[in-house]
Design a protein around this ligand. Structure first.
Ligand SMILES: [Zn+2]
Length: 198
């Protein structure tokens, strides 16, 4: 349970700082969303079902999935362009105008690249900004698309649900339009370095 309380402490801290926020469900209700997320087999169902519940219709969620989700848009220029081109096509073909870009704790790619949670959150915001710039290059989409960075957190399978606490949760990372530049500096991350993947 030590890891669970460490993660919970971290989440509380990030909520207090205003970095992680409850998602404004009204924004997504009945809206078509292009959903860029990690392919993680252990957790995919959770964030996919959550996205479907936000829009209240599975036909309104168009998923583009790769290992790392949002992180790949920042890390890998080749994957970035493939992911964003797929998203662009879907936006135009489906007439959707909202994009959610998600990363998560704990992620295989974050582990491989030694990306601590703060850095992953910052990269998710950066990925959203990159995506918005990309979509705005297309005259059909310019000024019409909104991109939302989300961060999914799980506390591990060992968490007893009997206490009423959630096993996993997805948060909005600040306001989509702000691309918060005041995320904590990496040097400010004492406890977070201790996070490791299972
Ligand atoms: Zn992942």
């Amino acid at each position: 349970m030590a890891r669970v309380s460490r993660v919970r402490g971290y989440v509380e801290e990030m909520k207090k700082k205003g970095v992680l926020r409850k998602i404004d469900e009204a924004i997504f209700l009945k809206q078509g969303v292009v959903f860029i997320a990690c392919a993680d087999s252990n957790r995919f169902w959770d964030w996919y079902c959550h996205m479907v519940s936000l829009v209240d219709n599975p036909k309104l969620v168009h998923t583009i999935s790769d290992n790392g989700g949002a992180l790949q848009i920042v890390l890998d220029p080749v994957r970035r362009i493939k992911i964003l081109q797929s998203a662009e096509k879907a936006l135009i073909a489906k007439g959707f105008r909202k994009v959610v870009i998600l990363s998560h704790l704990f992620c295989l790619i974050a582990k491989e690249e030694s990306i601590i949670p703060d850095k992953a959150i910052g990269m998710t915001v950066e990925a959203a900004a990159i995506a918005l710039d990309y979509f705005n290059l297309n005259p059909l989409l310019k000024g019409k698309v909104e991109v939302f960075p989300h961060y999914h957190i799980d506390y591990g399978d060992d968490l007893a649900l009997a206490n009423g606490e959630k096993l996993m949760e997805t948060y909005s990372v600040n306001e989509f339009s702000e691309y918060n530049l005041e995320l904590p500096e990496l040097s400010d991350q004492k406890g977070c370095i201790a996070f490791t993947n299972p």
